[in-house]
Design a protein around this ligand. Structure first.
Ligand code: TRP
Length: 346
């Protein structure tokens, strides 16, 4: 039997960080062997709010592809797709936009929050940005994906995708599967400053491409108390482990659970310094990142190879994209054969 399909993706707006890894990439790595995977670099989507930063997008397309390979995604097994190389993504978005009531986008909580943020920064919202959840639905339905592994902020978009699939199927006959979402082990990784989310704009991220020294510097600066109400001034002060970002990272990235348990116990009693807890985390993070760095160094030396991977992966998706578009046009009756002359009007 044919393998089920996955389509998922990321916007090329910068290098990827630890939050991307535990929220998504870790799942993709596991799934790449079980499913037929299309990993999308969504350059159209990035243009929606970065149209004046094309050089950043161009560069980030490579950053993202290299990060993916550096963590171990295999571009021979799975297709790395550049959205703009497969313009069928745009075409299907356009058809769906005829089918979708504007109110479905107005009520999308992720879109709402993002638009509010753009307005707070006194920027204008482009039509392309407003429409991006719909273009994301087209991304997913173009290869008729069954499963979409994403971070939890993307769930409203998957729900929208299912609604559009249902509406299309109801109107034009069964064609699209209703894709299921799959959220990662850590739906949202805190930033190093304790804010709810790791992100470039908040300057609180540790990147997959950070070198060992940078990781050390960032971890040493980490906040240990989100509330700011329990200052721990010396190693003999009893510390609080719950919601302590440094320990949350230990739980996620330190495979030595016994050592972590011991650190927590000593921290609570006040017999270990913040410095030691952080340095142990630095060691764990660098042990995780070292093989990623090694693979990155090899790939970065071959930009033509990366460009080739993107072309080849996009071509692979394009074949099935054409099939979908042809069928959509047929079902929507966007076919102007001579018999249209005698079509009966309602
Ligand atoms: N919105 C996603 C992000 O911000 C990127 C994306 C584009 C995507 N198209 C997709 C994710 C389709 C899943 C499926 O990273």
């Amino acid at each position: 039997m044919a393998r089920q399909r996955i389509l998922t993706g990321m916007r090329p707006t910068g290098p990827l960080h630890l939050g991307h890894f535990v929220g998504a990439l870790e799942n993709w790595l596991r799934l790449q062997h079980e499913y037929e995977c299309y990993f999308l670099i969504a350059d159209y989507q990035a243009l929606g709010d970065h149209v004046d930063e094309i050089e950043r997008i161009r560069r980030s397309v490579f950053d993202v592809a290299i990060d993916w390979m550096a963590v171990g995604l295999d571009p021979y097994e799975s297709a790395f797709v550049v959205q703009g190389y497969v313009p069928e993504h745009a075409e299907l978005t356009m058809y769906f936009s005829m089918l979708t009531p504007k109110s479905w986008l107005d009520r999308n909580p992720t879109l709402k929050a993002e638009m509010q943020q753009i307005e707070d920064e006194h920027d204008t919202i482009s039509m392309g940005f407003f429409n991006y959840p719909l273009s994301q639905a087209a991304d997913i339905l173009l290869p008729r994906a069954d499963v979409v592994p994403v971070g939890d902020d993307q769930l409203p978009h998957i729900e929208l995708t299912r609604e559009i699939a249902r509406k299309f199927n109801r109107t034009y006959g069964e064609m699209f599967p209703e894709p299921k979402s799959l959220v990662g082990r850590v739906p949202r990784l805190l930033g190093t400053d304790g804010q709810a989310k790791m992100s470039k704009s908040l300057d609180n991220a540790i990147y997959l491409s950070d070198d060992a020294k940078t990781v050390q510097r960032k971890v040493r600066r980490m906040v240990t108390d989100i509330t700011g109400q329990h200052p721990r001034l010396q190693a003999t002060d009893p510390g609080i482990v719950e919601n302590n970002p440094v320990f949350l990272y230990h739980d996620v990235f330190n495979p030595d659970t016994e050592a972590v348990r011991d650190l927590k116990e000593r921290y609570t009693r006040g017999t270990v310094s913040d410095g030691e807890v952080k340095d142990t985390l630095v060691v764990a993070l660098n042990a995780f990142l070292d093989p990623v760095r090694e693979r990155r160094a090899q790939i970065e030396a071959r930009p033509e190879y990366v460009a080739e991977v993107l072309h080849a992966g996009s071509e692979r998706e394009r074949v099935i994209a054409r099939e979908t578009i042809d069928e959509v046009r047929e079902r929507m009756r966007i076919v102007y054969t001579p018999d249209a002359m005698t079509a009966r009007l309602r």
